[in-house]
Design a protein around this ligand. Structure first.
Ligand code: SF4
Ligand code: SF4
Length: 245
């Protein structure tokens, strides 16, 4: 039995989950939902949501605020006064499971950040390293935010999937940083963001003759090599929908 089996999933309740454009498109494809059904922007005044991992975006309708694109949270149905990821399904508490059981409703298409938890790439990028998971994911005493019932062991992690998921997560977040650099040059309204993402990702495969050019103004926070990439600034029409989260 895996460490997560039967857990109430405090991780899916405690943390803001930053998502990339690839996560957004995967989730839309897998669920039939739209960006507005599961994504939101969280103001990140302290940088504690981005944690040098996810990029900051600025928007015309709220200038001067750094936002991180994350999964939405909703009120928990079974654990009072707590919130949870919009995709977490819950079963009510029982004697055997006093906090109930939480299951990811999009497990096969869950975002890279979820796939990676609680691992990171080793310094050389070849191994998966297990983080020390704290006892709680949020302050206070609400039991909903308790984390793993025991420390993670290497045997809890798939030795083939974990490094691969980490490499993909790193690549996709690096691309998303570059997308943010392009967006932030000329921030537009929040309502236009998903269209921008769709256009950029639809053009991510290019013919050999087009070559690629380094976008020198992009934020390189998430990069550690010189691999060049370009994101063209797409032309967008005004979107009829306007959402402010
Ligand atoms: S997408 Fe799934 S794994 Fe990720 S936080 Fe939500 S419920 Fe948890
Ligand atoms: S809190 Fe820990 S054990 Fe529980 S679902 Fe999350 S990662 Fe798994």
């Amino acid at each position: 039995m895996g460490i997560c089996d039967g857990c109430h999933a405090g991780c899916c309740r405690s943390f803001a989950v930053p998502i990339t454009g690839a996560d957004i498109l995967n989730l839309e494809h897998a669920t039939g939902l739209t960006f507005w059904d599961f994504a939101c922007r969280w103001a990140d005044h302290e940088g504690s949501i981005a944690r040098n991992y996810a990029p900051h975006f600025q928007f015309q309708d709220e200038p001067g605020t750094d936002f991180v694109i994350c999964l939405m949270q909703k009120e928990s149905v079974v654990l009072p006064d707590s919130s949870k990821c919009v995709f977490l399904s819950e079963t009510p508490p029982t004697v055997e499971s006093p906090l109930g059981v939480g299951n990811c409703g999009v497990y096969g298409s869950r975002p890279s950040a979820c796939r990676a938890f609680p691992t990171k790439l080793s310094r050389t990028g070849e191994m998966a390293v297990i983080h020390d998971v704290p006892e709680r994911g949020r302050g206070g005493s609400n039991p909903a935010y308790k984390l793993c019932p025991r420390p993670w062991e290497p045997a809890d992690v798939d030795p083939l999937e974990a490094p691969r998921d980490l490499v993909v997560a790193k690549y996709e977040m690096r691309f998303f940083h570059q997308l943010a650099a392009v967006w932030n040059r000329e921030p537009r309204d929040w309502a236009m963001f998903p269209d921008f993402v769709r256009v950029v990702y639809a053009n991510r495969v290019i013919p050999e003759a087009a070559d690629i050019v380094l976008d020198e103004s992009s934020d390189q926070t998430a990069t550690d090599d010189d691999e060049p990439q370009t994101i063209p600034l797409p032309v967008l029409r005004n979107s009829p929908r306007r959402h402010v989260a």
